[in-house]
Design a binder for this molecule. Sequence first.
Ligand code: 6PG
Length: 242
Amino acid sequence: MASGLTADAAADVRIFPDPDAVARAVAVHLTSLIEAKTAGGGSFFLALSGGRTPRALYQCLAADYRDRIPWALVNIFWSDERYVPHDDPRSNYGMARETLLDHVPVSAGRVHPMPTDPADPDEAARRYERTLPRVFDLVLLGIGSDGHTASLFPGSPTLDEPERRVVVASAPIEPQVRLTLTLGALNGSDTVFFVVTGANKAPALRRIVKDSPDYHLCPAVGVRPRGGTVIWWVDAAAAAAL
Ligand code: 6PG
């Protein structure tokens, strides 16, 4: 399969043979976006995703782009977090720390994990909201087999949050308590990369890309960044139903 083939005219879906090839391709494109934005001295605002899928990308960035990316100019946020301590193996911050941040020269003042220490998760959400940039240059997202993205789950009232940019979410999977950027915050971005690998994601990917159902049923459909760019980086297994 030729890498980078677009499967559907409407959606920019780029298909690669396997998860490592996906990670390498995303790393190349992400690096060029950061270089373009920081060339004139500007800084880059990036929101990382959690779960298992982005591990390969973070490891690739740490291994092959440590000296290429101007990490000191990159401001790092998260699109969602499990409400567990940062040293918990289920922590999205913890995973990014282990696979990427401990291995590249980011400046500590520009790394903004979602706080999970306050007893009241809503206080944590409000605190995080105050740290957000007006616009993200790039938001990384994944999808679940139910079509959720970040911690925005089907049927959740958070999907119609009119004002807040960070809210507490209840997940149908463990750990249940989460913090998540809202659709409003996700759509306040220039570019969104969905990174999707594995056969178990094939039905959901087809639903989102081909059928585009109502976002209350399939939240990933509600991601429409103001900058207009959404790229789906997928492997052959996830693209099998396209
Ligand atoms: C999380 C994520 C979530 C994730 C999907 C896919 O905190 O779990 O942010 O939205 O992207 O659940 O997860 P996997 O990559 O583990 O399949």
